[in-house]
Design a protein around this ligand. Structure first.
Ligand SMILES: [Zn+2]
Ligand SMILES: [Zn+2]
Length: 492
């Protein structure tokens, strides 16, 4: 084996330039097929060496934002991304966090009934046909075939015409699938019965959606997701709702293989294997030689996969004796960035973002009310214990700087509540939405809020905290809803 000294680390400059290229594509309105310039031109524009630029291009290609076409008429071409890299990044991160079945089902209960209600509002002939096609496929099912569970839910979410909701539900269904994989195999009769009941529930939901009855579609979906919940919990191998969702042990490289290159597939496989081995941060997952042997790939493919793992902070290659691929602690930011970028391509409206945010935040506050006597919640409810809380003073004299601080405080309040609510999935989703608002806000050059906006926001927060501390669930929900509706909260 050659020395590890020549293994390049993911270059910070490269990821910075990748960001700039991506921001540029977003700014231009994502012109699919257009060239951003030749390798040489880009190298000059960003004043970097060819190797750094190539590294940046690899990251951009990994996000499926653009790809380099070589040759005389070549250049960096803008592509049409798919949701694959974004959902995979999130699923891997959530697996690392050890999302529980309870969190997963709760998140489904928050988002899926909303998707069904929106689907009923937006349904058209094409949509009706698509949903009915899924139902027909379910009728073809017979024992021995894999149970058709997730397709319907993904198809229904698609009909909501809300790209944010669609992507989040896609993530939830992928996690559910992984969970179901580990479930004890039901007896044949049990399986027939389960599929039959499921099909009935799906048919009823499609009928309500087709008829445009959004209230009924919402209720039926809620009931169905609850039934699925009960079924999954019952069939979970001696586990309860606090069991962690982990990637199933399965044949390599088959399920969920990204359409991209071998390095991408390999990076996903290594992530799965790291998760399956218990994610021991700091341990050596394998030396380069051992990994080459184990995965039977070329050195260049392995190194490219390692760069992706480094980018997502899943693992990094350490040089020298005792070195190898070291398991690291994944950070939320890489998956938030990846998914936010993809959603920028899908161009959700403000309304799309708000619908999902409202559903998550209203559920959050209800859960915080239930947990109000726990020490961390109690501490949050004490205004004096909150850091950086600006004292409410009279308006006009406050500087822009204070307004920025107030915006940070607004962010802290909502993300803080979401942390206290204790569902890592919904917390991550909310942070993605906040990131999208932030990107939208900074690109649209919106004016700063006035000081009276800030005062109104502070007041609203206090009133929410007050309702939580007296345990008034419905009032807390009402106040959150009002606060989110108010123009004053436009920066989130
Ligand atoms: Zn179902
Ligand atoms: Zn607020």
């Amino acid at each position: 084996m050659s020395s590890d000294a020549d293994i390049p680390r993911t270059d910070k400059r490269a990821s910075k330039i990748a960001r700039r290229i991506e921001a540029d594509i977003v700014r231009r309105g994502w012109p699919v097929g257009e060239s951003l310039g030749s390798e040489q031109a880009l190298q000059q524009r960003f004043c970097v060496s060819r190797s750094v630029l190539r590294e940046a291009v690899r990251l951009v290609e990994h996000h499926q934002v653009a790809r380099m076409r070589r040759g005389p008429s070549g250049g960096l071409l803008v592509c049409e991304p798919d949701a694959g890299p974004a959902t995979r990044a999130v699923v891997i991160y959530l697996e690392y966090l050890g999302t529980t079945l309870g969190d997963l089902l709760n998140a489904r209960l928050v988002l899926e009934p909303l998707a069904a209600a929106l689907a009923a509002e937006h349904i058209d002939e094409t949509g009706i046909e698509a949903l009915r096609a899924v139902l027909r496929a379910e009728e073809q099912w017979h024992p021995g075939m894999p149970a058709p569970r997730e397709e319907f839910h993904v198809a229904l979410a698609e009909r909501s015409k809300n790209p944010v909701l669609q992507l989040f539900i896609d993530v939830l269904m992928r996690l559910t699938k992984r969970y179901a994989f580990e479930s004890r195999t039901a007896s044949e009769n049990e399986a027939i019965e389960a599929v039959d009941q499921m099909h009935h529930a799906h048919s009823d939901i499609v009928a309500a959606v087709t008829a445009g009855d959004s209230a009924r579609a919402r209720t039926l979906t809620e009931r169905h997701v609850q039934a699925v919940t009960a079924w999954l919990q019952e069939h979970q191998d001696g586990a309860d709702a606090t069991a962690r969702v982990r990637g199933p042990r399965r044949a390599r490289l088959e399920i969920d293989a990204p359409r991209g290159k071998l390095a991408e597939v390999l990076a996903v496989t290594i992530s799965d294997d790291i998760a399956a081995s218990g994610w021991h941060v700091g341990s050596v997952f394998g030396t380069e030689a051992a990994l080459l042997e184990r995965y039977r790939v070329s050195r260049s493919v392995l190194r490219e996969a390692v760069r992706l793992l480094e980018y997502h902070t899943i693992a990094r290659m350490r040089r020298g004796p005792g070195g190898g691929l070291i398991v690291t602690q994944p950070q939320a930011q890489a998956s938030i960035d990846t998914i936010a970028l993809y959603l920028q391509y899908r161009k959700p409206s403000r309304e799309d973002l708000r619908r999902v945010r409202d559903a998550i935040e209203i559920d959050n506050v209800a859960r915080v009310v239930r947990r109000r006597s726990e020490p961390e919640v109690a501490a949050f409810l004490q205004p004096n214990l909150q850091p950086n809380r600006p004292a409410p003073t009279q308006a006009t004299a406050r500087a822009t700087d204070d307004l920025r601080k107030a915006a940070v405080e607004e962010f802290r309040f909502h993300v803080g509540l979401s942390q206290l609510a204790g569902n890592s999935l919904l917390e991550l989703f909310l942070r993605i939405i906040v990131e999208l608002f932030r990107r939208h806000w900074s690109s649209s050059g919106q004016a700063l809020p006035t000081w009276s906006d800030v005062v109104a926001v502070e007041h609203a927060h206090e009133r929410i905290l007050e309702a939580i501390s007296i345990g008034d669930d419905s009032l807390a929900r009402y106040r959150v809803r009002r606060h989110l509706d108010a123009a004053a909260s436009w920066w989130l």
